[in-house]
Design a protein around this ligand. Sequence first.
Ligand code: SIN
Length: 365
Amino acid sequence: MRSFHLPWFRINTKTDSTKITQSLFVLFGIFFLQTVLAADPVVIKFSHVLAASTPKGMAAEKFKELAESYTKGSVRVEVYPNGQLYKDRDEMVALQLGAVQMLAPSLSKFGPLGIRDFEIFDMPYMFPNKTTLYRVMDGKIGANLIAKLESKGIKGLAYWDNGFKQMSANKPLRNAEDFKGLKMRIQSSKALDAQMRVLGASPQVMPFSEVYAALKNGEVNGTENTLSNFQSQKIYEVQKHMTLSDHGYLGYAVIVNKTFWEGLKPDIRAQLEKAMAEATRYERRIAQEENENALEKLRATGKTEIYILPNESRRIWQQALLPVHDQFAEVVGRGTIQAVYKIAAEVEKEEKLNKDNNSSAKAKK
Ligand code: SIN
């Protein structure tokens, strides 16, 4: 009688075939488990154009950390900052082709994709505060916008924040007339183009990565951006004046390739959604702090004179820029503009009520 000895079981050729079949099942099971455990992780290439030290850069790293931990290594997130993989113009195409899986472009960069509705976020002086903004992003308007991406093979996962924009040039920008004749760099948004034209400036669309050099060599004379973007790009080295005007907003949509996303196993997708929700809370918290820190750092350089636009001038700027809302009503939706005005008015009313309640509570003490 012949027999085979293996470390964990013995097969006797005379034993019945059931035993052999069972043993083969065990062997196959072990092999299968080993294969699954050794399977390559799903790779998410997350490309963006900012420095790693910006709110977007830090939140991308936070997402990586959470996603890899929640999926227990089944997903690997590779973050590529500073446009090292793709610049503004190319990153959307790269996402649609599946060369990268995740991006967080500025909301002003969806126009060239054929979705102009996002330009609601570019309307000057449309959002008086962050509360209004978050209600718009996290409510029906934000959801409708995100849904429009699907026809382009893109899935939107979250809105990330940066902040309100300021103006800069090599001359003081105190009055709306001061913009006349200046070549101002803008992102690829027709609404931003209209905003600069209303001010009498000549708008120049340019990728973010080229702004510093273009300001330095005089290709453009000025620009608009958030404080953290001004600071991280060292724009203070090439701009002598900045006006804190808060005239517009800059935020992001975190987007993924739709086919890739829908092809993920449901449990993996759920963990990634959880990681994204947490990274979004983190991002919105630090965006405010980073812009405040950036202002201090900009002041400390002593290279750019910072002018705080007085309320009276702000009203004049607002009046000058208001025609852009009407001009773009057909593009972004008249109903959407009205809905944002309504949300802003509700927020203002609530804030006033809170203020009154606080002062009467203080008076009672
Ligand atoms: C960004 O914040 O991602 C870039 C914004 C810009 O192009 O000015």
